[in-house]
Design a protein around this ligand. Structure first.
Ligand code: 3H9
Length: 702
């Protein structure tokens, strides 16, 4: 047996099969140095007359997870041998190469496997081309080779959605040639040796597996209509169509051109920023080394309203038992019905089966006595937003919960420290601010109280991850990060109406910017009465929204708000009474109407949003500007193609923003423009949000 190799690739030969084992922790990404080593190893075994077949396998927990995302944007990303060239080396070998897949084979990782002659995988491996999620298309032949192994429609669906498939499905469809139930390397070696005596067919020489033309067109249309303005899914559809209509070489060249164009574009840079932001948010900035999350097996939820039921579903959806506590059997029954209804909709839509629904419903229990929570690892309170009610719940929880259990509040703006103070274990109390509907929305703001322990935060982050969500740690303040910034973003909405803009124009400017909907449509959907009640409690006024509410117009649910909704319809029409209400507010403010541009709308609503983000950073409420970007893209619909408010602002240039805010401060006198001191200090020092803490601590932004 011959053994040799480099830092990245180890070679071991046995019975004329050479096994190349690649290792580049943590996920075997294919950066430049790694590609160089791999390419050299492949060329070496290619000309070795002793070698009749080759196995390509990865060490560690996974096959290649793709190109090195952290290398994109540097010159190494495209340096030769690039991935396309490495795939060509594999494709050109005159002896069979078998990719032995465990863990995941994603993006460039799957492209490498596609360029091998055969693929063998363990049954729980995942295979996919997720490049569209990074604003890219596969750039090493994925869109051209995949439809040569599986039907073109299936390839189109996989590439335009970026969703991976399990090895079993991949096997059924022809992407994988064999499943290995025992030792993967042994199975791959045996498979390779068997194939050494058969004629060889490189994937590039196979014909495209044609499929129904109408179905192909329908999937491509679906990709375009679901792309919501993103370029990558549309480009991916175009590239798979090229694979069907062009020769292999032409299609590969076209794919590479599109890939490089997207790689250099703003959309991919923004999506890559968000990918890395998600990973950074998992790391506690202040934690000492070795913080370990506590076990999370049984969850209790106080309150079975919309929020509590949604939270319970998010655990059940991921196989975790949750018990809902309600005041009465009737309330418990109402919660059960709400959950049943929500799951039935999923069954009707085809996203889960009846059997799956039954499993999930069975994982959600109910109780009317706190005693049911004795064994819970995590108890989340989701009762009304009232400090005294919440404090009473926590008093009860403190009496009953086992030592070490975590007590979480779902408050959206109340002081977590005041809630924790009624317990004997403030270190075990944390905020977990879910967004409605909690079983769908991806964000949880994890609120660190003054005494919250690091392992409690780590457990809350783990709970988010296990339930398919993104947890972002924030500090205590009114509204935390998201809602406090939302208030700043909305501060100018009414003023813009008074000065002459219409809700239609403002909403359209937002949609053109990339938001799924504008602020007025959003308010009508959420219900205007919620903000009205809060304003009354806080002694604030919003003359136009208040006037609507005084007439009993609360938005969609009453058929009228900023817009008019015809019976049963959600489609907004202009509210004929609104102009008179706006005119009255303008008279009151002695404001002349004038033409307002979309640029002005975006600046006057978005710059205060960014400014509030900067203030939150300077107050230490949030640790990283990328955390704010995650909160706004995952929880509030900020367009992902712009990377989040702070990333977008950095691209605008902070001095451009402060200059514009100074202009608006003079023109409107509004306080939201005159508070840009933190931004101004940063802009003055030429510092960036990324270097924010450093800049403030060292005083170089002063
Ligand atoms: C591509 O391949 C383009 C080609 O078509 C074109 C070529 C020409 N690169 O997520 P985790 C890091 S595009 C660099 O916490 P998990 C990650 O940042 C790529 N680093 O673990 C983190 O580092 P850190 C297509 C990567 O177990 C650490 O690994 N591929 C990459 O929950 C652990 O990550 C993809 O889009 C990478 N490709 O999940 C796959 N991937 O500790 C993207 C991860 O410093 N990756 N890291 O923060 C994933 O989906 C998940 O990370 C994976 C592991 C499932 C692999």
């Amino acid at each position: 047996m011959k053994v040799g190799g480099s830092e990245f690739v180890k070679r071991s030969d046995d019975q004329s099969v050479a096994t190349l084992t690649f290792e580049n922790p943590p996920v075997n990404a294919l950066g430049y140095e790694a590609r160089k080593a791999l390419n050299a190893a492949v060329l070496e075994v290619g000309i070795d007359p002793q070698v009749k077949a080759v196995v390509l396998v990865c060490g560690g927990g996974t096959f290649f997870a793709g190109a090195d995302i952290k290398e994109f944007g540097t010159e190494n990303a495209t340096r030769s041998p690039n991935l396309k060239e490495f795939c060509a080396s594999l494709d050109g070998l005159s002896k069979p190469v078998v990719a032995a897949i465990h863990g995941v084979a994603l993006g460039g990782g799957l492209e490498v496997a596609l360029a091998c002659h055969y693929r063998i995988a363990v049954p729980d491996a995942l295979l996919g081309l997720p490049e569209v999620k990074l604003g890219l298309i596969p750039g090493a032949g994925g869109t051209v080779r995949l439809p040569r192994l599986i039907e073109a429609t299936k390839a189109l669906r996989m590439i335009t959605t970026g969703e991976p498939v399990l090895a079993q499905q991949a096997f059924n469809e022809g992407l994988v040639d064999a499943l290995a139930s025992g030792d993967l390397i042994e199975a791959a070696r045996k498979f390779a040796l068997d194939k050494a005596f058969f004629p060889l067919m490189a994937t590039s020489r196979r014909p495209v597996r044609q499929s129904d033309i109408a179905e192909f067109a329908a999937i491509a249309d679906q990709a375009i209509s679901r792309s919501r303005g993103l370029r990558a899914p549309v480009a991916a559809a175009r590239s798979v169509r090229n694979a069907v209509t062009m020769s292999f070489d032409e299609a590969i060249a076209a794919e590479r051109r599109i890939f490089l164009e997207l790689l250099a574009g703003d959309e991919s840079a923004a999506l890559r920023h968000l990918f890395l932001a998600e990973r950074s948010a998992q790391k506690l900035k202040t934690a000492s080394a070795g913080v370990v999350a506590r076990p999370l097996r049984i969850v209790g939820i106080v309150g079975g309203g919309t929020m509590g039921s949604g939270i319970a579903m998010s655990f059940a959806d991921n196989g975790i038992r949750a018990t809902i506590l309600e005041l009465s059997h009737d309330a418990l029954q109402a919660s059960r019905e709400r959950i049943e209804r929500a799951y039935s909709i999923s069954v009707t839509r085809g996203s889960i089966s009846e059997e799956e629904k039954a499993v999930r419903v069975a994982l959600i229990g109910g109780a009317t006595d706190y005693d049911a929570f004795r064994n819970c690892d995590l108890i989340i309170e989701a009762v009304v937003e009232d400090m005294e009610v919440k404090r009473e719940v926590f008093r009860q929880l403190d009496l009953i919960a086992r030592p070490g259990a975590i007590l979480a509040t779902n408050t959206s703006y109340l002081d977590v420290d005041l809630i924790a103070a009624v317990t004997e274990r403030p270190g075990d109390v944390v905020g977990m601010h879910y967004f409605s509907p909690a079983n769908v929305m991806k964000l949880i703001e994890i609120v660190r109280g003054r005494e919250t322990r690091d392992d409690v935060l780590a457990t809350a982050l783990a709970a988010a991850r296990i339930t398919g969500k993104v947890g972002v740690v924030v500090g205590v303040c009114d509204g935390f990060v998201g809602n406090r910034m939302l208030l700043a973003r909305n501060a100018q909405n009414e003023q813009l109406l008074v000065e002459g803009a219409t809700p239609e124009q403002i909403d359209k400017a937002f949609v053109d910017f990339g938001w799924p909907m504008g602020p007025f449509q959003m308010s009508d959907m959420a219900g205007l009465d919620i903000g009205w009640r809060t304003r009354k409690r806080m002694g604030r006024v919003a003359p136009i929204a208040d006037a609507l509410c005084e007439r009993g117009w609360f938005g969609q649910k009453t058929g009228r708000g900023f817009y008019l909704y015809e019976a049963g319809a959600r489609q907004p029409k202009p509210n004929p009474d609104l102009p008179a209400i706006i005119a009255a507010a303008a008279r009151q403010a002695s404001q002349q109407s004038r033409a307002i541009s979309d640029t002005e709308i975006i600046q006057r609503t978005h710059f205060p949003l960014v400014n509030e983000g900067a203030r939150l950073l300077s107050e230490g409420i949030v640790a990283r500007s990328s955390d704010i970007d995650l909160i706004w893209t995952r929880g509030y619909g900020f367009p992902v193609a712009k990377g989040g408010p702070m990333y977008w602002a950095s691209r605008q240039g902070l001095s451009t923003i402060t200059a514009s805010m100074d202009r608006w401060a003079l023109k409107t006198g509004a306080s939201c423009f005159s508070t840009a001191d933190v931004l101004r200090r940063l802009a003055g020092a030429g510092a960036s949000f990324e270097r924010f803490g450093l800049a403030l601590n060292q005083g170089d932004a002063a």
